[in-house]
Design a protein around this ligand. Sequence first.
Ligand code: HEC
Length: 86
Amino acid sequence: MKAKLAAIGIAALLVAGPAAAEGPSRDHLLGLPPVPVPADNPMTPAKVELGEKLFSDTRFSSTREVSCATCHEAGKAFTDSPRRVS
Ligand code: HEC
């Protein structure tokens, strides 16, 4: 369940970006096809906010020291990290 929520969280981040829960899609900026959003589970600002929180939540790691954001730095397009290897 937690992994599913985290996946939803990063999907929300990738779809909407940290600051834009609504408004025009940014998919074209990433060069990605539109992410499908189920009609019975629409994207909302609350879900995007939850995704942002989960992405930085260290409680998902066994040591409670690592979050998704530890390796996926938003300032580096989520692609880089200060570490040499994963
Ligand atoms: C310890 C570092 C680390 C942490 C923590 C981490 N990731 Fe990653 N992640 C990576 C690395 C390295 C890759 C690239 C793996 C590869 O290409 O084989 C990756 C790849 C990904 C990808 C695929 C990106 C692509 O281009 O296909 C997604 C999505 C992703 N991570 C999401 C997450 C989420 C969500 C979390 C938190 C639940 C998370 N990651 C936590 C290191 C990390």
